[in-house]
Design a binder for this molecule. Structure first.
Ligand code: PEP
Ligand code: MG
Length: 925
């Protein structure tokens, strides 16, 4: 029978195998074929196909089918011809490696057997050729052990026992300290171990060795390790069926000064620089590099040390990049002045390098723009926008919380916002604000801190939301940390830290560390800017940003945001100088009192909006009218009660002082003493204390009046705006007056007023009426038109169902998918994330967290209906999303499919969102 009839062909030389056919040749085999076919100097060899494996496994006796070994012999003859060596030739031995390799890379598969072909005779050939007895015996004992273990099933311990006994006798602890004689003894001992275990002498015939090895590789496909691995990662026969066997010539980098070995990247994987990056060793084997026995040299040095090889390496680099059109991570060996490429794969790089190489490869014509965009995973870009922990520094975290706002920061731990301000702002130190949870009145602490750590609360807790808005790192809900604010210390397991100790938090991973870990600063490079420009051209969706303050807006603009999709006005209320006025507004007893407070807020808000409009000019800025329940601006009830208690006892003391001052004339004492007591009395003015008590009591009363069982579903958003119209009127006036001021100054702007929590058309009609009235008044006052758009959040289920009627009034829709997800699932986010969602995910009841990945089947459907019905009424309806999903690549896919115009997300997500928007558009083509 002809060994190579087409149908029976199971063995393929590297030069003839189809480099794309991973199913038949396995990933590794196909890659070796591909490398050979493009003219790389790959050590010659051949692949035995996965089809041969399946036939073998099917055969009842587990014998290789007829013809396979004939084909192997024939191919080995060719390899001998190519290498000028002989398989089993004692003078010039050809040694091979034997590796498994299925269609998918599977670490559960078989170990590689190296140096197959060695026996007593060929060993002498190797020693004669290398002039290195030690090397020869070392190779031999490794081969016997690996072959014994992998192909013959000899347990490792048997070899280890032998090996340890000899090391002990030689008085050494490290393998490298063994002499040639020791290793000879080890080899001989190992041969005995095998003979003892298998009951047969170690096979000396190289072809017998090879046949046993091939069967062992095939058998490994049904071995426990591989079966478990496939089960674990759901690898079906459709994806990978059977393993191939790769038989390849061994080449040695330790054959003298004209030999060597190394690893390299075609470009620098840390920076993307277009320059070979790697290291090598002269007269060494790859293992020497791995074992750290010798320190490799930077690849640059090769030009001086081995100029011819350096030139060939440069050619190899070009060939690799031209063919793979991707940065390659490759291994090479030089055997007696011949350069071999042993392996190549796509190089793993950090975000900076990915971006730079994409742009430079496109410019060099190596890839096109589509490829330049698609080769980068959008999420990776976030790395470029936040400080990261220095990857070179190893440290063990002491606690794990939720990664609530990305980025890393170190600083002095402080336990309240005032201390944060003192130590951070006034003394100029870096601080991390550590709280059980944060409240609006902590806001000045946020400004002063590098990062925020809380022991309670989820990803939508106050700390998380505010930190994200500010672009500061936050680890939330680190439950392992016990915070004791009074004592200014925190307990973490057995460790603790106090105020003044330095800690580090990583808001991208949720990890907390004691001590300072250096961080790597972010860099918004020109290449990133170029790449994002290409992304904009490719994408259908625009990317806008959620930004509340001018600084956030500036950052968003720098990252390429084309508008602001959500400015939460409540964040502006939170500023330290505003909160007292806001509280005044809340505790006001009459509309007049409230108006007085609002009059103070008006100019402040007007200035806020003007700043935002100016920064974003001429792009749109969407300002949302006040949304949260008003009591959120008041202090906590228990705190108020504690304050009152303190004030009341102070009141008693001050009253006592008055009595004491009055009683002084009854007591004979010096004038000096009398003045002193009078001073204290005046300082402790009972009227002042009374006033403070009255204020706190009024606040407490308001807290009680405003108390809601379920504030998230309560008196907030437009409901508040319609029942206390003066608040919305003030905000609307501030927006339109700011717009009028900009118009006066000739600044081109696009203001947009957005109403939150709307569920009926009537609500919108009424707010629109306020807007129209104030708008008309301002236009008349200035005699100049003021343009704006009026729209609504779509964040309650009824709003989706009523999209048609709402579209009669709203000129734009903005999906608030944070609330809409809560509403659609009837999940409170905090409770869901802290209580049952992780289990739901683990059990597979829900595939992921719907607050992170937009739920396409439920929330997505609601959105789809709303878009459709809204556009039926108003065909040019402008529609976007401003929930957190707006920055999530998978969710962006959905937004693209249902025809949104833009996504709006926090500034640092803008680049991620832009690339994701480009990806969905490009992949949909
Ligand atoms: C939303 O609900 O998605 C939204 C953007 O509003 P907020 O997160 O402020 O409730
Ligand atoms: Mg909302």
């Amino acid at each position: 029978m002809n060994a190579e009839t087409v149908t029976d062909k199971h063995v393929f030389a590297f030069a003839e195998g189809d480099g794309k056919n991973k199913k038949l040749l396995g990933g590794k085999g196909a890659n070796l074929c591909e490398m050979t076919r493009i003219g790389l100097n790959v050590p010659p060899g051949f692949v035995i196909s996965t089809a041969a494996c399946l036939e073998y496994l099917d055969s009842p006796s587990r014998e290789l089918q007829a013809g396979i070994m004939d084909q192997v012999h024939a191919h080995m003859r060719k390899v001998e011809a190519q290498t000028d060596k002989g398989f089993g030739d004692a003078d010039n031995p050809l040694l091979v490696s034997v590796r498994s390799g299925s269609a998918l890379s599977m670490p559960g598969m078989m170990d590689t057997i190296l140096n197959l072909g060695l026996n007593g005779a060929t060993l002498q050939g190797v020693i004669a050729q290398t002039g290195d007895r030690r090397f020869g015996y070392d190779a031999y004992r490794r081969f016997i052990q690996l072959f014994g273990k992998v192909a013959l099933g000899v347990p490792d311990e048997r070899f280890d026992r032998q090996f340890d006994a000899i090391k002990k006798r030689a008085g050494v602890t490290e393998d490298v300290a063994l002499s040639a004689d020791d290793l000879q003894e080890v080899s001989e001992g190992f041969l005995e171990v095998v003979a003892e275990f298998t009951g047969r002498p170690f096979p000396d015939d190289p072809f017998e060795q090879l046949e046993i090895a091939i069967k062992a590789v095939f058998n490994s496909w049904t071995g426990k390790r591989a079966v478990d691995y496939r089960k674990q990662f759901n690898i079906t026969p459709d994806m990978a069926n059977g393993t191939a066997v790769n038989v390849q010539t061994m080449v040695f980098g330790n054959r003298g000064e004209d030999s060597g070995t190394g690893v390299a990247f075609t470009r620098n994987p840390g920076t993307g620089e277009n320059k070979l990056f790697g290291e090598y060793l002269v007269n060494a084997q790859g293992e020497d590099v791995v074992a750290g026995i010798r320190t490799p040299k930077p690849i640059d040095r090769m030009t001086a040390e081995m100029p011819q090889m350096a030139e060939e390496l440069a050619e190899l680099r070009d060939k690799l990049e031209t063919h793979y059109r991707e940065i390659q991570d490759f291994e090479f060996t030089i055997e007696r002045g011949r350069l071999f490429c042993l392996q190549t794969r796509n190089g793993k790089m950090n975000a900076t390098a990915m971006v730079r190489t994409s742009v430079e490869m496109e410019r060099a014509g190596l890839i096109d723009r589509k490829e330049a965009l698609l080769r980068i995973q959008p999420e990776l870009l976030e790395q470029m926008l936040f400080p990261r922990l220095d990857p070179g520094v190893r440290s063990e975290p002491v606690a794990q919380g939720l990664p609530a706002s990305p980025g890393a920061a170190s600083g002095i731990a402080v336990f309240d916002a005032d201390r944060a301000e003192q130590i951070g702002k006034e003394m100029g130190h870096k601080v991390i604000l550590v709280r059980e949870e944060t409240k609006p009145e902590d806001i000045h602490g946020f400004f002063a801190a590098q990062g925020i750590l809380t022991s309670r609360g989820g990803k939508t807790s106050h700390a998380a939301v505010v930190a994200r808005g500010m672009g500061k790192p936050c680890v939330a809900g680190a439950e392992g940390i016990g915070v004791d604010v009074e004592r200014r210390e925190a307990q973490v397991g057995k460790a603790s830290f106090r105020e003044g100790d330095i800690i580090t938090i990583d808001g991208s991973t949720g990890k907390v560390y004691l001590g300072e870990i250096p961080t790597v600063e972010p860099e918004f490079t020109q290449e990133l800017s170029d790449l994002l420009g290409w992304a904009d051209e490719a994408a259908q969706l625009q990317v806008w940003a959620n930004a509340d303050l001018p600084d956030d807006a500036r950052r968003a603009l720098k990252y390429g945001a084309l508008g602001i999709g959500l400015a939460r006005t409540e964040r502006m209320f939170n500023a330290v100088d505003r909160l007292p006025i806001v509280i005044e507004m809340i505790v006001a007893e009459t509309p007049e009192q409230r108006r007085e407070a609002l009059d103070k807020l008006l100019p402040l808000q007007r200035a806020d909006f003007k700043d935002l409009f100016q920064v974003m000019s001429p792009n749109p800025v969407t300002i949302r009218l006040l949304d949260p329940p008003i009591h959120e601006f008041l202090p906590d009830e228990n705190q108020l009660k504690r304050d009152l208690e303190t004030l009341r006892s102070l009141g008693a003391t001050s009253h006592g002082m008055t009595v004491l001052a009055g009683a002084m004339n009854l007591i004979q004492t010096s004038d000096e003493r009398r003045t002193e007591i009078d001073g204290i009395r005046r300082l402790l003015d009972p009227a002042l204390v009374e006033e403070a008590i009255a204020k706190k009591e009024a606040m407490l009363h308001k807290v009680h009046v405003l108390y809601e069982t379920n504030p998230m579903l309560g008196h907030r958003g437009v409901r508040l705006g319609l029942t206390s119209p003066e608040i919305y009127e003030m905000q609307i006036r501030a927006i339109l007056e700011a717009a009028a001021d900009c118009a006066k100054m000739g600044i081109r702007i696009q203001p947009r007023i957005k109403v939150p929590q709307v569920c009926t058309r009537e609500e919108l009609v009424r707010v629109r009426a306020y807007v129209d009235e104030i708008h008309a008044e301002i236009q008349q006052r200035d005699g100049r038109p003021v343009d704006f758009k009026f729209g609504t959040m779509i964040e309650v289920v009824r709003a989706c169902m009523q999209a048609g009627p709402l579209a009669e009034v709203a000129e734009f829709f903005s999906f608030g998918t944070n609330d809409l997800t809560q509403a659609a699932f009837s999940f409170s986010r905090e409770d869901a994330e802290n209580k049952f969602l992780p289990q739901y995910n683990q059990l597979g009841i829900l595939p992921n967290n719907p607050f992170e990945v937009l739920d396409s089947e439920g929330v997505g459907k609601l959105m789809e209906f709303a878009v459709e019905w809204g556009k039926e009424v108003r065909p040019d309806m402008h529609v976007g999303i401003c929930g957190e999903h707006g920055g999530h690549p998978d969710s962006i896919g959905l937004c693209h499919r249902i025809g949104l115009d833009y996504v709006s997300c926090s500034a640092p997500r803008v680049p991620v969102a832009k690339l994701a928007a480009a990806h969905v558009a490009l992949l949909a083509d």
